[in-house]
Design a protein. Sequence first.
Length: 113
Amino acid sequence: MHTSSEPVLFNAEYEPAEPLGRRRVPRSPVSLDARIGRGGLDRTLCKVTDLSIHGARIQTYSGLKKGAMIWLTLPTIGQVAATVRWADDFEAGCEFQAPLDALTYAGLTALPT
């Protein structure tokens, strides 16, 4: 029992938390071949380079515009509606209209790259 008014010191191990910045959840690096459609028949290939339950970063072969609504066709699950939140040359960040469920997300991040 400690009866002194002096503070008690003890050793503890800790791991610093890494800030997520503006992100709600961390992203996982992936390398998934996918397709983008913007309605109608216009489809182009792209590569998903990172993924979260809320969105994806993609590399495209044609430019996208911020605010555009797209259909991102992902392996094993098919089309997912997404909004382009930022675009820079041939890379863009997309937010899914509905988050991926945990099982779907786990399956996509486990696919071989």
